[in-house]
Ligand binder design. Structure first.
Ligand code: VG1
Ligand code: CO
Length: 559
């Protein structure tokens, strides 16, 4: 092939956010390097061919592509870290083509992110550099005459170019990842749980890339029935759905699990789970029971050493993102574990893991994971929960009264207390209004007595705010400082209100409001979450003047 030098001009607004760059599909431009694949959304196939041609023109030696362009975000991380091909090549980075849980299709989102040699998302120092380049770019190289590679068939295709050979290796999307999962979990034991006559299982891939792994792992390896898989065929537009595993968007699973009051179910499965478009997020459900992601990571951490072989030597430490509830903090204290609170976004966990300081981590936004890779991992979380259920039932797998997901969570609350938790998202609000709302909240923070006076006027019996600030993080490994990572109001009784602007949207602004209240009295841990949190919600909405600034009387999504 020949290399063409194509003149170009900068395109505005190419700054990567919390996790990569997300744009409407028709606005995208791409770059070049080694592993290229994604969640299979609309435009991926075109983008892969372009990236291959640009890789060739930029002197890349070999590009690895998951069959049909499919690789989940966690699988990409695993492939970078673990895969060595027949010729001894190892990947040094990856382009992941996904906008995660954002919908896909010609008029929905496309996205791209770059992961580094450790398998984790590029740190800010790199994404800032990329952004700077997008503002000054004048030309790019592309091998325009390179024929399109058939990415539907496994195999190696080689080309000759000005700098020698260039290969495209299309490989099986699942095998490296499945191998890694088998080295972490006790598949034989989980198999027994799934075979138990009293255990029923259900997994919903929401037509995302998790479908490419679910059949292999849950059905072929673990013996689950094929009928337990919902929406497990990856689709370019996610079947028109919003591939976000929460109570609002995972409608079919939520109904099947008996959590939709308008669709009563006779006998829902004992366990249900869903993943997002690129399969790094997860939602875990029991029969008629929702596990909050903040509780999920705490419960996994509390049980990991006994239930998961990979952790049998102990946990190196645990970490959560700032807005995630403090349920994990209580476990860390109890087990005397190193604990870290980092800004939102998985890239901050990576440094801790590379330094051997953290084994298990999670975010309130349905992200859970460990140091087996450098991304959150939806299927890993499902396997972790199945391992905990297997462990709790090990004496009784054939017996009638299996310990359920709900039992495990209630037992956890009884031991550690409960963090009532909710998140309100106001999507696509006017960016100026969102900025003003945030600025007002920062301004208020200069006088705590004033804040407390306002709060007492809203709800007289909530406790006092004792600290109010903008979260700032100093990375304990490289000393880098990240400022303005969310506005916090911390109450005397451990309650918290947090406000942030989303960094993953493609249009307008999204305000996230996180509300949390700790209850240590075991006679009071069984309340309805919305009822327990009502006074704090009232305080948050009035203190922030949410409706006044945004014109919204209700959030777009509550999780
Ligand atoms: C959101 C979540 C954050 C998560 C990020 C990427 O970011 O809040 O916890 O790490 O999405 O997840 P933001 O900036 O919109 O709040 V994923 O599955 O979309 O890559
Ligand atoms: Co995702």
């Amino acid at each position: 092939f020949k290399v063409t030098r194509v003149p170009t001009t900068p395109i505005d607004g190419q700054k990567p956010g919390t996790s990569g760059l997300r744009k409407k599909a028709y606005l995208c431009k791409t770059g070049a390097t080694l592993v290229v694949s994604g969640d299979g959304r609309y435009y991926s196939k075109d983008a892969i061919q372009i990236i291959i041609k640009m890789s060739a023109a930029n002197g890349v030696r070999r590009v690895w592509v998951g069959q049909n362009g499919l690789l989940s975000t966690p699988a990409v991380s695993a492939v970078i870290r673990e895969r060595v091909d027949a010729n001894g090549f190892k990947a040094s980075g990856a382009f992941i083509l996904t906008a995660s849980h954002n919908p896909g299709g010609p008029h929905e989102d496309f996205g791209i992110k770059y992961n580094m040699e450790n398998g984790g998302p590029a740190p800010e120092a790199i994404t800032d550099k990329i952004y700077e380049n997008t503002k000054t770019i004048k030309e790019y190289f592309i091998a325009e005459d390179l024929p399109d590679v058939d990415i539907s068939a496994i195999g190696l295709t080689s080309f000759g170019g000005p700098e020698g050979q260039f290969d495209v290796d299309v490989f099986d999307s699942a095998s490296d990842y499945v191998k890694l999962m088998k080295s972490i979990f006790d598949f034989q034991s989980i198999q027994k749980l799934l075979a138990s006559p009293n255990f029923t299982f259900c997994f919903d891939a929401l037509h995302g890339v998790a479908g490419a792994y679910a059949n292999r792992i849950f059905v072929e390896e673990l013996g689950a029935q094929e009928s337990s898989l919902l929406n497990c065929t990856p689709k370019e537009d996610f079947g028109g759905g919003h591939p976000d595993p929460n109570l609002t968007y995972a409608k079919e699973l939520v109904a099947r699990m008996g959590l939709d009051k308008s669709k009563p179910q006779k006998d829902p499965p004992e366990f249900g789970a869903a993943a997002d478009g690129d399969a790094d997020r997860n939602m875990v459900l029991g029969k008629r029971f929702f596990v909050t992601p903040s509780d999920s990571v705490a419960i996994i951490a509390a049980n990991a050493v006994q239930a998961i072989p990979y952790f049998s030597a102990g946990l190196k430490g645990v970490a959560r993102s700032m807005p995630t509830s403090a349920a994990l903090d209580v476990v860390a204290k109890h087990l005397n574990l190193k604990f870290f609170e980092v800004p939102t976004g998985w890239k901050f966990f990576g440094n801790l893991m590379d330094a051997g300081m953290c084994s298990v981590c999670g975010e309130e936004s349905f992200g859970t994971g460990s140091d087996h890779i450098r991304e959150k991992d939806g299927i890993w979380a499902v396997l972790a929960w199945l391992s905990i259920l297997t462990f709790k039932n090990k004496e009784n797998l054939d017996g009638k009264n299996l310990v359920t997901v709900e039992d495990i969570v209630r037992q956890h609350w009884a031991t550690f207390g409960r963090h009532y938790y909710t998140r309100y998202d106001y999507e696509n609000v006017d960016a100026g209004a969102a900025k003003e709302l945030m600025a007002n909240l920062v301004k208020l923070q200069s006088s705590l007595p004033e804040v407390n006076k306002i709060i007492k006027g809203i709800q007289s019996d909530v406790s006092d705010v004792v600290q109010a600030d903008e979260f700032e993080y100093k990375d304990p490994v490289d000393g880098s400082i990240s400022k303005h990572q969310g506005i916090r109001y911390l109450f005397k009784d451990g309650s918290r209100l947090v406000f942030r602007l989303s960094g993953t949207g493609s249009e307008g602004a999204t305000i996230r409001l996180y509300i949390e209240q700790y209850e240590n009295d075991s006679s009071k841990t069984g309340r309805e979450s919305s009822e327990a949190l009502a006074p704090l919600v009232d305080v948050a909405l009035n203190l922030s003047k949410m409706q006044e600034f945004t014109g919204r009387s209700a959030p777009t999504v509550i999780t």
